[in-house]
Structure formats: structure tokens, C-alpha cells
Design a protein around this ligand. Structure first.
Ligand code: ATP
Ligand code: MG
Length: 429
């Protein structure tokens, strides 16, 4: 029986993998400009790492984690997200020891047993950042600005930035109680999941994907009305800085995000294209998570970060036609005339490859037809033709397939043609 890939996973090749790397490289190189250093943590951790951070009642922990026992009967989990691992590492490696802000970026595969659909996979990749050690509103705004800068660099304009505050943990407790009472009164009009959440995590109901347009949710009490003046002022400061930086946003009082660890600023960049099946999906999202490091017995550290789904953004780039595949991947094909010059063709190809020129030969044939077919297939702009005669004279033929011109070139001119500095190529007779 044929074996296929696991539901909700992807094989990436051709244009897709190029697009994947393009997004990854765009985000990573911009991250360095914004002062983030790379961090890589393991793909699996003790299950406890995620239970402590995401929260026992979160969707991730209750129904999305890939959890298994290892041979020593220890419960391990494939990471559903990367912030927990980075916080664990931050504490374990005492990265807090030197005072000041620590800024990390990561590329991390995540695993969630979700119902596969457009832009939602069971294995996906996140580019993300974590800034640990400062609580400044300027940092919140800068992290959000960085998110918008990546999307802008990728050319994505169809997005809405939604933002909200969850206040401090303490400030939120009154609101949680009020919300619980309100939902209790309206419990009959809510989905089955939300009925359970009333007890375990009433805030999370506001983020329900099923009940999104339910008037009970829309008319629910708003968090801002219950937070302290200090919490609300802090939020207002973040908004003012964003405005000054030219970042457009919408305050959405029902935005709470799915994980328990968030506090103060939370935000989501949603894809905005009503005609698309991807409309309203979060393409980049995050928030503040002060104190998460205490879950790992570390010092109380202020922190903020976001994650961005690479595969989801690939769909967006594709849909908006924002990624153009390169016309060609091979700069030059060396064609040999007759079997005797095959080895010379390979030598010249390797010389060029070692000097930063992408180069190919036909390994099998010395007949011209299949060799020219290779040039056609790869859409190669340049062709070098060499045979015994060329080798003896030290002159080869150069064809430019774009204007179909052909000329003779001395072997000494090879470096100049490809802007190679240093050693000179010579035929080996
Ligand atoms: P959603 O609301 O779409 O379920 P989320 O709130 O669960 O997203 P986060 O945990 O904040 O997502 O992850 C950050 C980003 O990672 C998301 O904005 C999205 O771009 C991406 N992402 C999350 N889950 C998936 C998935 N199953 N497949 C692909 N990308 C994902
Ligand atoms: Mg989710």
C-alpha cells in the first residue's frame, strides 16, 4: 500500500520552497536590523513546559498537542509554539544574568493537531521574536512596528492590525468575574466549547471562532471598563506611539488571544481580503507576557513577542501575486562537442561553480540535441560550447539565448565575463 504524508503536513519543493525561504530570509534579515539575535530551542520539550505556559484550559493543551511517552516513560510534547521553549531556555541558561533587554528571533516548526484547512496545518513554521527584560510601552510599539515592517517588506498591504489590552493579571481578575456572571446568564445561546469555558476560562470565550458573530459576545462587558487607570494609561501610550510611528490599528475590545500567558498589549495582523477563503486569518500575532519566566522558577521578567506563520503567509503572497519566481536558476550551461571534451566541460563548470556562477552540464550525453534541451528546460541565458578544436585554440563559443547572439571568446576572457577575480581558468590538455 502506498504511504502518503500525514494529514495537515506539506511537502515543499519548486516555487513553494523558494517562497518559504524568501519569507524566512526577509524576516530574519530584517530582525537583525532591529537588533534581534537568533535563538534555536529543541523541537520537543517536557509536556509540562507547555501546560505551565499555555494554560491547562487552552485549546492548545486540551486538544492540539502531540504528546507521547518516551522510552523512559517521560511525557514529551512536540512544541505547539516557541515562546514557552524560549522562556524555559532564558531561565535555564540564566540569560537574565546580564541586565538589559534581550532580543531573540527564531524560526521554529510548530505542531498542533488542528482540523486542517486553508492556512492551518498540523506542522507549520513560525518566524517569531521575543524581547525580554523591559516593560516600556515604546518596546510594545516597536515590536508591533517590526511586525508591520516585515509585512510591508513582503509587499503585503491587505491586512488589519487589531490591538487590545488585557491589563495586568491582578487588574484582570475583576473583569474575569464580571464576564463569568454575564456569560452564565447567557449560557443557552453559546456554543458547546464556550459553555465549558465559562467555568475554566471565560476570557477565552471572546476569542471563540464559532461564536464570533454572536450578539452575546459582541455585547459582552469590555475589559477597558474594568482595568486600573494605570493599565489603561499604559495602553493609551502604546497606541499613541503607534500613531506617531504611522502604524494604523483598530482597537478590538474582544481580542484576547488563545493563550493564558498574555497580559497588557495583545495584537493580531489579520489578512484582509473579503473575497479570499483566508480572509481574517491571523498572519502575525503576539502580545506581552510579563512574568512567564516565573513558571520556570526564573526571575519575574517583562517580555513581549509575536509569531508569524510562514506557510500561511506563503498562501497570502501567492494569492496577491507578490512572489515572482526567478526566470532562471542556472546562469550558464557548458555544452561539449564530442565525448573527449566532456571532462573539460565538467572542469569548467566546477571552476565557475566555485566562483559563484551557477552552472550545469548534461552528465550523460555528448550529442548536441539533448544538451541544448537542457538549456531550454532550465531557461539558461548563456551557453558555452567547447570541443577538441576549441580546447586546442583556447577559444570557445558563447551563445546568449536571450538575443540569440553568438560570439567567440578567448579562454582568458572567462573571468571578465563572469566578473571573477583571482585565479585564471586554463584548459587542461
Ligand atoms: P489562529 O487564531 O489562526 O488559530 P493562533 O492564535 O492559534 O492563530 P498563534 O499561536 O498566535 O496563533 O501563532 C502565531 C501565528 O502562527 C499565527 O498568527 C499564524 O500565522 C501561525 N499559525 C498558528 N497556528 C497555525 C497552524 N495550525 N498552521 C499554520 N500557521 C499557524
Ligand atoms: Mg489557533
Amino acid at each position: 500500500m502506498r504511504i502518503n504524508k500525514i494529514k495537515g503536513t506539506l511537502d515543499l519543493y519548486g516555487k513553494d520552497i523558494e517562497m518559504y525561504r524568501y519569507i524566512e530570509n526577509t524576516a530574519c534579515s530584517l530582525a537583525k536590523k532591529f537588533g534581534y539575535e537568533e535563538m534555536m530551542t529543541p523541537m520537543f520539550e517536557e509536556t509540562e513546559v507547555f501546560i505551565r505556559t499555555s494554560g491547562e484550559s487552552s485549546d492548545i493543551v486540551t486538544k492540539e498537542m502531540y504528546t507521547f511517552k518516551d522510552r523512559g516513560d517521560k511525557s514529551l510534547t512536540l512544541r505547539p509554539e516557541a515562546t514557552a521553549g524560549i522562556s524555559r531556555s532564558f531561565v535555564e541558561n540564566k540569560l537574565y544574568a546580564n541586565p538589559g533587554l534581550k532580543k531573540y528571533y527564531y524560526i521554529a516548526q510548530g505542531f498542533r493537531c488542528e482540523r486542517p484547512q486553508a492556512g492551518r496545518y498540523r506542522q507549520f513554521t513560525q518566524f517569531g521574536v521575543e524581547a525580554l527584560g523591559k516593560e516600556s510601552a515604546y518596546l510594545d510599539a516597536d515590536v508591533i512596528y517590526f511586525g508591520s515592517a516585515i509585512l510591508n517588506k513582503l509587499g503585503i498591504k491587505n491586512y488589519k492590525l487589531k490591538i487590545n489590552t488585557l491589563g495586568s493579571k491582578e487588574g484582570r481578575s475583576t473583569y474575569s468575574k464580571i464576564l463569568k456572571e454575564y456569560f452564565m446568564k447567557n449560557i443557552d445561546c453559546m456554543c458547546d466549547d464556550c459553555k465549558k469555558r465559562v467555568e475554566t476560562n471565560p476570557l477565552r470565550i471572546l476569542d471563540c471562532k464559532i461564536d464570533r458573530n454572536n450578539p452575546v459576545l459582541i455585547n459582552a462587558p469590555k475589559i477597558q471598563d474594568y482595568l486600573s487607570e494605570e493599565d489603561n494609561n499604559r495602553f493609551q501610550k502604546v497606541l499613541n506611539i503607534l500613531t506617531a510611528l504611522g502604524v494604523k490599528y483598530e482597537v478590538d475590545a474582544n481580542l484576547v488571544r488563545g493563550l493564558d500567558y498574555y497580559n497588557h498589549t495583545v495584537f493580531e495582523f489579520l489578512y484582509d481580503n473579503p473575497e479570499s477563503p483566508l480572509n481574517n486569518l491571523a498572519i502575525l500575532a503576539g502580545g506581552r507576557y510579563n512574568g512567564l519566566s516565573k513558571e520556570f522558577d526564573g526571575p519575574d521578567t517583562d517580555a513581549i513577542g509575536f509569531g508569524m506563520g510562514i506557510e500561511r503567509n506563503m498562501l497570502v503572497l501567492d494569492e496577491l501575486n507578490l512572489y515572482q519566481e526567478k526566470d532562471y536558476k542556472i546562469d550558464v550551461v557548458i555544452v561539449n562537442v564530442g565525448e573527449e571534451s566532456k571532462l573539460e566541460a565538467l572542469r569548467m563548470a566546477n571552476y565557475l561553480r566555485n566562483n559563484n556562477v551557477s552552472c550545469e552540464i548534461d552528465y550523460e550525453s555528448s550529442n548536441l540535441k539533448p544538451q541544448f534541451k537542457l538549456c531550454e528546460r532550465t531557461n539558461t541565458p548563456l551557453i558555452i560550447i567547447i570541443g577538441e578544436e576549441e580546447i586546442n585554440k583556447g577559444i570557445f563559443k558563447l551563445k546568449d539565448t536571450r538575443d540569440r547572439s553568438e560570439k567567440e571568446l578567448k579562454i582568458e576572457e572567462l573571468n571578465e565575463l563572469f566578473k571573477i577575480e583571482g585565479e585564471k581558468y586554463a584548459y587542461q590538455k
